[in-house]
Design a protein around this ligand. Structure first.
Ligand SMILES: Cc1ncc(COP(=O)(O)O)c(C=O)c1O
Length: 485
């Protein structure tokens, strides 16, 4: 252990040691039951006599901050209740440069919300069912990777991403009509990082990014954090409304179009085939890059797949991003982007400057899982299960919600998107719904202009059993009834 002792000061060394541990225990840095360093070792580390350390520990013990266990060592006791406010007071002690920092806008935390607790049914969550995470398979693969690759699995690895994983992704994409060479694939720490890299590269503060309205809250958080101007384009049952785009491009001169053509978050709609072609043509004419976020493209339950925008790209117009978070597990933090031309190397450089590389070990494990075909089987299983859950939620919505609550049946993905009748807002409803034991992601967090989302809400059907879905929607119906009274 190392901490500074001031040998020039008039304060005896044992008091300085005592003061260091006292402050740590009272502020909560040393947690109850943490073991303090052995006195002999600490004396050696600090270059003091062992008696000096023992005197400090004895004083802490007589003040009720630590206890000795014979033959074992010195352990931290829970700090007295009165001592706890020390941490809050520390706010005033921050240096001036910290005090000038403004508190950040509150972020939409829907993507990170924990899975359902014992009673609250958390329809607000943003990912699939943790019960489907292939726990055993991943444990075995990690062991295999460590045995097979040894220390190579534990170095930084290739800064563009683990080459066999890039090759596997290229193969998976080819089956979806996207021809991407492994050299044009960059592995990122989740697709959130891919979106951030593109936005940081292509826009400066104050410039305009065009998004669907509504759109993914995490992208809005990011764009606002980068101080971009966010302009929303309305969405209908066929995705982003592209008709007025020509004029809008002239008016707001966007530097980037961020779009989710498949199972759009939060509305669940898909961009129609015709609009896909129109959007590509429009963006090409106006020289605007498209950032295509295909976060759940493989979770389709009915209808047929439309070509990705990337598949229609005449060359270098579309940056495609996707992720293993929703179709496999978010904790892998493994996403990727596909791009051609100078933009690819620029994005790769941005990645390197941000975090050097994505986790080498995890990429090898993902590659192991995806390669042996288990991934395809996992996707088939997920689609089957999520489809039945979507149907269960649609049935429950028809059964328990008043007829003036509108929704469309999404054909894939994780969510259903509801519109409340005029005069009833998500903000009013949420606290009452929580009292009833259910929550949801509120509309305003998904809109560039928050007020536009007042009477919308998003429900996750994928992460819940049918019984939970039924019960959760019943509670929601009850909450609506209560607010209306
Ligand atoms: C539409 C969309 N894109 C991107 C992400 C980012 O996911 P990740 O960084 O886990 O790949 C999310 C997460 O919720 C999302 O909903």
């Amino acid at each position: 252990m190392r901490f500074a002792l001031d040998r020039e000061s008039g304060t005896p060394l044992y008091q300085q040691i005592e003061a260091y541990f006292r402050a740590g225990i009272l502020s909560g840095s040393f947690l109850p039951e943490a073991r303090l360093p052995a006195s002999r070792q600490l004396a050696r580390d600090l270059g003091v006599n062992r008696m000096t350390v023992e005197t400090a520990y004895a004083n802490l013990e007589s003040d009720g901050l630590v206890y000795f266990k014979v033959g074992s060592g010195t352990y931290v006791l829970p700090p007295p209740v009165l001592a706890l406010p020390v941490k809050d007071n520390a706010q005033a002690l921050f240096p001036a440069w910290q005090q000038t920092l403004q508190l950040p806008l509150s972020f939409s935390d829907e993507t990170l919300a924990a899975p359902a607790g014992a009673d609250l049914i958390r329809f607000a969550v943003g990912s699939g069912d943790p019960g489907l995470f292939p726990l055993d398979a991943m444990r075995k693969i990690l062991q295999t990777v460590m045995r097979r690759d040894g220390v190579s699995a534990l170095g930084y690895g290739d800064l563009y991403g683990y080459a066999p994983l890039r090759a596997t992704i290229s193969h998976v994409l080819a089956n979806q009509g996207i021809q991407a060479r492994p050299e044009n694939i960059l592995i990122t720490s989740g697709s959130q990082q891919a979106i951030a890299l593109a936005a940081q590269l292509l826009l400066r503060e104050g410039e305009t990014v065009l998004v669907e309205s509504p759109t993914y809250g995490g992208a809005l958080d990011l764009f606002r954090k980068l101080r971009l101007r966010v302009v929303g384009v309305p969405v209908d049952g066929n995705g982003m409304q592209v008709d007025g785009l020509d004029a809008l491009f002239e008016q707001v001169r966007p530097r980037l179009i961020y779009t989710m053509p498949n199972f759009h978050n939060p509305s669940g709609v898909c961009l129609s085939n015709q609009r896909r072609h129109e959007l590509i043509a429009l963006a090409g004419r106006h020289n605007i890059p498209i950032l295509e976020d295909d976060y759940v493209g493989d979770l389709r339950y009915d209808g047929h797949a439309q070509p990705a925008l990337k598949a229609l790209d005449p060359g270098g117009q579309v940056i495609y991003v996707s992720t293993f978070s929703k179709m496999l597990m978010p904790g892998l933090r493994t996403g990727f982007l596909v791009a051609e031309g100078p933009v690819f190397e620029n994005l790769a450089q941005g990645k390197r400057a941000t975090d050097l590389a994505a986790s080498n070990l995890i990429q090898r494990a993902v590659e192991g899982y995806v390669t042996v075909g288990r991934y395809q089987a996992h996707l088939r299983r997920s689609c089957q299960l999520y489809k039945s859950r979507r149907d269960a939620m649609l049935a429950a919505l028809r059964r328990y919600l008043p007829r003036d609550v509108q929704f469309i049946a999404s054909r894939g993905g994780l969510f259903l998107w509801l519109q409340l009748p005029d005069g009833l807002t998500a903000e009013q409803l949420l606290p009452i719904a929580r009292e009833q034991g259910v929550d949801f992601a509120s509309g305003p967090g998904f809109f560039p202009n928050r007020a536009d989302g007042a009477n919308f809400l998003r429900l996750n059907f994928a992460a819940f059993h049918r019984e939970q879905i039924n019960e959760g929607v019943r509670r929601l119906g009850q909450a609506i009834g209560q607010v209306r009274k």
